[in-house]
Ligand binder design. Structure first.
Ligand code: ADP
Length: 159
């Protein structure tokens, strides 16, 4: 069984993430979306909130599972018998960091491959932090996040 893992903070999930999830899920038998517990990014949403928002966003994709992980991604991969890490690439600015991570992981376990998927052109400008910045300033986030999570994102920043 081909198990792939798509890791990230998903703080919150955006339509850019959902696009990668759907495309990656079509390439494997099971895609595990792995939500990082100890994000250095100091998340705005709790782990439970990030997991629940993802669950709502991908409820129509059958072979996707949402899980959380802490520690090394490579150890999580081994535990889940997963051989491929999925990463999305937006701009050249993503490349340097992702190259370093991919090589570091390759060095830790040569059997694990990192597979990069190019962003959908419609979402190339989209990040969780830009969604949060818009929500904080009462900007319109229609079409940037899944409809079922929109109200929760707006509520989070209206306090
Ligand atoms: P962000 O970079 O938005 O804060 P994450 O840390 O949750 O998000 O990112 C998880 C993964 O999703 C990374 O591989 C990142 O490159 C990818 N990703 C994020 N936004 C997009 C997008 N709009 N298009 C393609 N990939 C994306």
């Amino acid at each position: 069984m081909r198990v792939y893992v798509y890791p990230g903070s998903f703080d919150p999930v955006t339509n850019g993430h959902v696009d990668i999830i759907k495309r990656a899920a079509s390439l494997c038998d099971k895609l595990i979306v792995a939500v990082l517990v100890n994000s250095s990014k100091n998340p705005s949403f709790t782990l439970d909130e990030r997991v629940n928002l993802l669950k709502c966003a991908i409820s129509d994709v059958p072979n996707v599972q949402i899980e959380s992980f802490s520690g090394l991604l490579i150890d999580f991969m081994t535990k889940k018998k997963a051989a491929v890490i999925i990463k999305g690439l937006r701009a050249v600015s993503d490349f340097e960091y992702e190259l370093q991570m991919a090589l570091l992981n390759k060095n830790l376990n040569p059997d694990i491959e990192t597979l990069f998927m190019m962003t959908n052109i419609n979402y190339s400008f989209l990040s969780s932090s830009s969604v949060k910045e818009l929500a904080r300033n009462k900007g319109n986030i229609d079409g940037l996040v899944p409809d079922c999570i929109k109200d929760e994102v707006i509520k989070k920043f209206s306090i």
